[in-house]
Design a protein around this ligand. Sequence first.
Ligand SMILES: [Zn+2]
Length: 752
Amino acid sequence: MILVTLFRGPMRLLFARGFVLTMLILAGGCRAGASRSTVPDRPNVLLVTIDTLRADHVGCYGYRDASTPTIDALARRGVRFETAVVHAPLTGPSHASILTGQIPVGHGFRNNSGFMLPPQVKTAAEDFRQAGYRTAAFVSGFPLDRRFGFNRGFEIYDDRLPKGNDRRRTPYVERFADATTDAALRWLGAASSARAPESRWFLWVHYYDPHAPYEPPADLAERYRQAPYDGEIAFVDRQLARLFGALDVTNETARTIILVTADHGESLGEHGEGTHGIFLYDATLRVPWVMAGPQIPAGRVSRTVARSIDVLPTLADYAGLARRSDVDGRSVRAAADGRPMSDAASYAESLYSELELGWAPLYAWRTAASKFIKAPHPELYDLDTDPSETRNRVGEQHARAADLSRTLEEVLLRTPAPVAAPPVDSETAERLRALGYVSGGRVSHAAGVAQRDPKDGIHLLPHLNRGMSAARTEPELAIRELTAVLAEDSSLLMARRTRAVAYAAAGRHDLAIADLRALENKGALTAEDAVVLGDNLRSAGRLEEAALVLERAARENPAFAQPVISLAEVRIQERKYDEGAALCERVLKLVPDHIEALRRLGDLALLREDLGTAAARYERIVALDANDASALTKLGVVRMRSGRSDLAMPLFRQAIEREPRNADALLYLAGALASGGRPADALPYFERALEAGPPSTMALNGLGLTRLAVGDTAGAAAAFRKSLQLDPTQPEIARTLAEMRRQAVEKQQPEC
Ligand SMILES: [Zn+2]
């Protein structure tokens, strides 16, 4: 019968070269107290940094609504420092202090973007590796990408961030705590079976979840509906239980020093700041510091102030590593042992407001009892009587303020900046100068220009933050908020940068391009901005311009993979597949197992009918990220095309399980069922595919043919008509519709 032949034809098309090509181009366009005799000379060291974790939101720090049983248990079997402080409320600079033992003025990494850890500044990983330790790191946030130099000294540096399936989140900026823990556990498992019994390891695990947006997994989202930030913390704590539990399984707990701390806290609205990054109040500078392991007494709480720069010297002390003279911090082991230790003062800074917003930078000097903040309107707080820092005493305590200010100025002058400049190219240096900065890790503002005190501009921040969090989900709302911010302060770079992202999300690529070109004209286009610009130019069909922008970004930032992958997408869209593939291979040299490079290479192999290579690429992605619904789907397509629908269908079903609204997976499963002679089973999947994604002729034709096969002629005709509305140049569908009409007319006429 004509219908059966027709039916098999288009369904085969679904798995044929032409359709895969369309899908490829479409995809490119969218987007964890033993007896002394068992304690080895040297312990393993597990450093855990939890991003954006305020000390006073952890149970052992007195938070009543906390769900942090793992951290609390660690505190019970070890030492907790009541007051631990960081030196910058920013992920990159703060981690640089944790890993190098130097304050930002010393290590030179002053802001999340535009800086790289100078090569002459030694890191904890280098120290431990030099001492014969195996070293590995598993990080979860883009600010710790290897391009910023944090990978130095680590044999394994796993900074693979999944693309994510949530349109509301920027792709490749975050890996959730469960996935990071899985990766760390794989390494621990492999390391424990492969290594000699006397070998030791230094493992750093970084979790990013408590960082905004606060979107804990479903059960915790429900439980912490009023406080989703706490839900994210609870989720990380749950994963810490898995990580620490693995050490119990391999009998390594007794010989492992575990230190849990954070890079900064979160303001949660205090002082008018929603998140972190600008102010230097304890809301963002106070973090937890809990450690346990061999030679660490159980259940002690130390009142000695511990600082991020003390992490490296303290861990080195327990591991018996030689102390380096270039470290600013000190071991707090004596305090942990309950011996008297004086409080060390602490330096803090944030250049974020200057570098990202164009306002004055903030610097602070903190003693155990006081904090002085250098700003256009300076501040002085008595931390004993006013821990929330709400009463500025600079007017009433001149002498104290002057004294602390002098010490702070000495630190700013005395500590030499790194001799070598961070590896900025001439173009970046030119841009930094244009902004009033000199490159080389030191920042100096052009003399005589009054800068806005961040306190005076903070009222714009809620608008800016709303704009930033809505940029992808509700772009029109974000555009309104950011336009209002720019109306008051047109020099606010972050607002313009974010508005471009919102314009892009709204499909208004020309406006996005205009904002990014405005940043470029000010010399403020970062490498990340250049990628956004290139992607928008590509989406606007301006492929040559896109290629120019991305080629330049790739040239100027040779360690940065993103411009290269974006450029590959341009070449693929231009149907220059060999160039696209070569660019993807270049990305894999920069970042082994780069998911998107693997995906593109798989797609290109599929395109040239190289099913073996395509399968290998997609299988690698699934091995790296078992939740990658897109790779599961594509692997299913490969199996279909190898004649193995028995292997394909479970893959499509897995993809749908992980992403119930993945239109591709739904459509392919429908197609596989239909072409396997199971139209009734296929029908609901065609319907779900159409609900989940934009209408496509492929889905509509499949739906039509399937309805026809189950006897729903009217439904079939409706689907074919919609399909022809989308694309009138489908002679086969037009003929089918005509044939259906003719048969309907024949049925109505009596036989002659
Ligand atoms: Zn952070």
